[in-house]
Design a protein around this ligand. Structure first.
Ligand SMILES: Cc1cc2nc3c(=O)[nH]c(=O)nc-3n(C[C@H](O)[C@H](O)[C@H](O)COP(=O)(O)OP(=O)(O)OC[C@H]3O[C@@H](n4cnc5c(N)ncnc54)[C@H](O)[C@@H]3O)c2cc1C
Length: 547
């Protein structure tokens, strides 16, 4: 089915902006890239909401980096690769752990509020890290401290032109090369062609595809979907990380995360009978890697017929808990819960999108002129299971690399870019328009129920049939952000289900009830998807390729 995803009303005039470098996204990856690029180039940064409405802003635990003995990049490398269940790209991990410490030190100059005691930086411990190596700010408010500092540096200390509430509908390509992006202003409805010699995709993850998620409402996977439509290779979509400790109480729009750093500081997991169970599953106990903890929790809850387990921090000092975890304690208080005196109900919750747009070690995608960095990218550092606190680091390290690589495109194609013209298709006119909000609920329910934390072949096939039916039923006349987001989520949901069905083994965060074992002979490889050239205008479904 042909579904035009660019909607232009007849005769409409388009605004036009021209940059050397266009950055899409205002989280840690986008802001780091924009600030770096603006030292030499004319940079525009667009975000669909505000700078305090990003996944980065919500980050709690901190940033992992081997800042000095007894830690070392070698040790950080081992922990990352061990967590990654056989699928890490070791070269990319080497880049991450070797360059990470310098990038974190640079960030500390922009954001001086990292936690210190007697002038020494405090390091936290998290699951599957063999030493304490996680720097944090404001206790568990690392994300908001870092986001605010970076946004301020972009606003005040750099020449980046910033645009909030500017929704990217699609990437613009000419002869296979990315030349910018088409945007919709969410305040006045105006459409703009943003032309650039280089575009950096930093649009974050896709947790909203599963509904029950720690991710903010903006995390609808737009970047992966638009890169796919533009012909970029995407991979590892079946690897969706569910965090073990999402607050398990009803009625939350975005599920409150209870940071792993709490278990790092000594909190326990208990089953409904009040027993600690993690040591029966892994000698590291509560500090095993996330995939191991999630599997153990699922086994316990199935055995007991319960919906959740409990996090127990009641043996830790109340005043210290308040000081070290102010965000978590305040969030729990809103639900009438007290970390210091009560067991907290927790269950796995959709948290992090490991797959994404394939990049090389310099953040280059397979589309010339298009880079990707942060959660939208698949650099290969996370393998099949991301090590805690490695993602903010990934955004810092690879955005810096993108900036260092920009000479490849910038400065060479200036006039060509300015002369480009686009013949954009007319909007489809539908007699009746579907209810995007209702369709989004249908999509997220079926993703959570049939493609969620534990998967089965028959349910995945049923999910694909349901997704196909939903896609066929939808009709839109006037297109706005909710409709574009829905189409992006449908693209991703369909591809996630497809990849999850194909991978008939359990590895890292991908758990198959019908194939519980890891199968290295068949599956120590990635599933890569690329929309064939002749289907690119059609938008939604593509071919599967193994690499
Ligand atoms: C609750 C929580 C806690 C976390 N804690 C940690 C932690 O302690 N340590 C760690 O390493 N990781 C943590 N993570 C993961 C980490 O925060 C993210 O992976 C990381 O912040 C992603 O950064 P980013 O810049 O790639 O994307 P984001 O910060 O999500 O930014 C994406 C940007 O793209 C914009 N965007 C998206 N689509 C469009 C569009 N169509 N048009 C225009 N703009 C668009 C968004 O508006 C936003 O500005 C946590 C995640 C969550 C949810």
């Amino acid at each position: 089915m042909t579904r035009p995803y660019i909607a232009i009303r007849s005769g409409e005039s388009l605004h036009r902006r021209t940059f050397d470098v266009l950055v899409l996204g205002g989280g840690i990856a986008g802001l780091t890239a924009a600030i770096g690029a603006a030292r030499r180039w004319r940079v525009g940064l667009l975000t669909k909401s505000t700078f305090d409405d990003t996944t980065t802003f919500l980050a709690q635990g901190g940033i992992a980096a081997a800042l000095g003995p007894p830690d070392s990049p070698g040790l950080h490398f081992e922990d990352t690769v061990n967590a990654g269940a056989g699928l890490c790209d070791e070269e990319a991990v080497r880049v991450l752990v070797n360059e990470g410490p310098d990038r974190v030190r640079e960030l500390m100059e922009i954001c001086p509020r990292f936690d210190k005691v007697d002038g020494e930086i405090v390091l936290g411990r998290e699951g599957a890290h063999s030493v304490a190596r996680v720097v944090h700010a404001g206790g568990d408010a690392t994300g908001s401290e870092v986001s605010s500092a970076l946004a301020e540096a972009a606003r005040v200390g750099s020449r980046v032109q910033l645009y909030e509430n500017e929704f990217v509908i699609d990437l613009l390509t000419v002869d296979g090369r990315c030349v910018g992006a088409l945007t919709l202003n969410l305040d006045d409805g105006g459409l703009t062609l943003n032309m650039a010699m280089v575009t950096i995709l930093a649009t974050g993850g896709a947790g909203q595809v599963f509904g029950r998620t720690t991710n903010p409402l903006v995390a609808t996977g737009d970047g992966v979907a638009m890169a796919y439509r533009a012909g970029a290779a995407i991979r590892d979509l079946e690897f969706v990380q569910f965090h073990p400790t999402g607050l398990a109480v009803p009625g939350q729009e975005t599920v409150q995360l209870i940071t792993e750093a709490l278990r790092g500081e000594g909190a326990y997991l208990r089953n409904a009978a009040g027993e600690r169970f993690m040591t029966e599953y892994d000698p590291r106990g509560e500090l095993a890697s996330r995939d191991v903890v999630v599997r153990a929790m699922m086994t316990e809850t199935r055995r007991e017929g319960s919906e959740h387990v409990f996090l127990d921090a009641t043996h830790l000092d109340a005043a210290w808990l308040q000081e070290r975890f102010p965000r978590v304690t305040a969030g729990l208080a809103r639900h009438g819960l007290d970390l210091a005196t009560q067991l907290i109900p927790v269950a796995p919750v959709c948290h992090y999108f490991i797959g994404g747009v394939v990049t090389d070690l310099w953040g280059r995608t397979t589309v010339p002129g298009l880079y990707a960095s942060g959660e939208v990218a698949s650099t290969g550092v996370h393998g099949a299971n991301r090590l805690a606190s490695n993602s903010l680091l990934e955004g810092l390290v690879f955005s810096d690399r993108v900036v260092r690589d920009l000479d490849r495109y910038v400065g060479r194609l200036g006039e060509d870019v300015r002369r480009l013209r686009f013949d954009l298709p007319e909007a489809a006119s539908a007699a009746r328009s579907s209810d995007a909000a209702a369709a989004r609920r249908r999509l997220t329910d079926l993703m959570a129920n049939k493609v969620g934390v534990v998967r089965r072949g028959d349910e995945l096939s049923a999910a694909l049939a349901d997704l196909g039916a939903l896609t066929t039923e939808l009709q839109f006349g006037e297109m706005g952000a909710p409709e574009y987001e829905l189409l992006n989520m449908l693209t991703l949901g369909t591809q996630i289900a497809k990849c999850a069905l194909l991978r008939d083994e359990s590895r890292g965060v991908h758990l198959r009830d019908d194939y519980p074992a890891i199968d290295d002979a068949q599956w120590r490889r990635h599933v890569t998807l690329r929309l064939p050239a002749h289907e690119r205008e059609e938008g939604l479904l593509g071919k599967v390729e193994r690499s």
